[in-house]
Design a protein around this ligand. Sequence first.
Ligand code: DGT
Ligand code: CA
Ligand code: CA
Ligand code: ZN
Length: 585
Amino acid sequence: MTPTNEKLSGLLHMIAGMYRLKENNAFRAIAYQNASNSIAGLPEDISYYVKTDSLDQIPGVGKSIGEDIREFLGKGKVKRLEVLKCEVPSGLVELMDISGFGPKSLNTIHRKLKLETREEVIGALQDGSIAGIKGFGPKKVENMLRALKVHKTIEDRMLLWDAMNMGNQLLEKLRSFPGVKNAELAGSLRRRKETVGDIDILVTCQPHDRSAIVRFFTSRTLASKVLAKGETRASIILKSGKRQADLRIVNEKEWGSALVYFTGSKTHNIHLRSIARDRGMKISEYGVFSIKGDKWLAGRTEEEVYGKLKMDWIPPEMREDRGEIELAMHHRVPKLIEVSDLQGDLQMHSKWSDGVQSISDINQYIISHFQYNYFAVTDHSLSSRIAGGLKAAEFRKQILEIRELNRSNKSRFIKTGVEVDILQDGLLDLDDQLLADMDWVTASIHAGFTKDATERLIRATRNPNVHCIGHPMGRLIGKRAPYPADWDAVIKSCRVTGTALEINAQPERMDISDELAIKAKEAGVKVVISTDAHQPAQLHFMQLGVSVARRAGLTKEDIVNAWSWPEVQRYFRRAGKHSGISSTG
Ligand code: DGT
Ligand code: CA
Ligand code: CA
Ligand code: ZN
């Protein structure tokens, strides 16, 4: 993202937040949020669109948001935001993303206690003054405090998606710096953990190039602050994003052993060390050595290091000491799923509901960017009103549109579908006949997050029209804890009914988590990796979902959308599910 696009996207996000805080402005808030998302995904700097007079080509940017953008480029400010700041307490907007801190609650707190900043609100929660306000009973306050704790994880750590973007940018710069031979991400980022504490980078070079590389890493170009600086290492606070990055420089002969060491995890390394010891060796970042005689035995590549311990190479995503070392010793490391294995994407939203693009534009984008054989459009059902949910009759119309598109493309590329709401009692928001006519049905919970969801989810899995449960845990990393549920019972019901579980690849969701995906695989439950894209750029989140699956040791056989469409249909038919009546043909 260009710096201007980043600023503008942030500003529109702020306006969206202010409208939400102002209440009764949900639709405006969504419009601004959509525009903010679009701009974050633009291939060109925003000034290009102004110059070529093509602002209106940007999804979600209409006349009035277009004017805001011109104003921002001209004066660096937007009047609309300045006005809003006088009307609503802007210091509270960032709290609003946390569950339990909705606009209504924040407005009440603001009015009753005259609080203006997030710190003041957090203080008032902790010292009990908020508990004195009507409507803020012990249960509510407890929920708010718990949500704050969830939020804390994301203040200390970054989302994997953000870390990947920052890490890859940094890596590119280092790789093109003179003298750098190898450069690779390490630590939790290379293991693709769902949150990342800091960005670790490992580099090899000739000893005489080290100081120039350290100087570059700690220069103003990359660092806003230097935390530590030595001959072979440095720690900085990155200029972009304010997060920490650690650099380690090693000799080429140590590359493999250093990569193993700095990739971790710590528990994986500890287990490796004990295995080495059993075999009369020791292992460190400098290599594998014999205990007797202290002789260097291996270290150039990771394969060499694991090989010396009589193990197969282990993909970084699996290195958590969850059984991968035993698999590697028996040469049974699975061939993990890869992005290129995927044949389709089975959750996304078009502008029929809260997406920004038409089905035909999504179709074009997917054809020109992916090697898929199918994709499903899954707009929201009616009870997701804020998300522009559709009535049954509108879905019928949408089905006709998709058929027409397929007909004119002479293909069955686009599948009809829905992300149908699971209501409070576990029933679905659309009638069974309509669901049965869809190629692909994902059922998700979008309301009632604090109640135990076990029965609701199980009931949804029992519906023969439901192929998949969408974002099953309902968490938003750093904002909302998963709903309480008996996951073993839910997974069991998926197994019995042949219902798949989604790995939703939205950066804040990563839902189900790697831990649940491991359980799903153990139970023989299939998984669908979906982007839940609301605009084309988000279709690229797929790699995030794939990293969750890889951390769980999943292979092509475990992932529904790694199969051809006839295989998908066959699987669900055998499981006793309806598998569409070829409404796309
Ligand atoms: P993070 O940054 O909190 O998300 O997690 P990591 O795993 O990236 O941890 P970090 O940045 O402290 O260290 C990077 C890697 O270096 C870690 O995964 C394993 C290795 N490492 C660090 N400290 C130790 C240690 O005391 N013992 C061993 N065996 N390995 C360590
Ligand atoms: Ca780290
Ligand atoms: Ca580190
Ligand atoms: Zn959803």
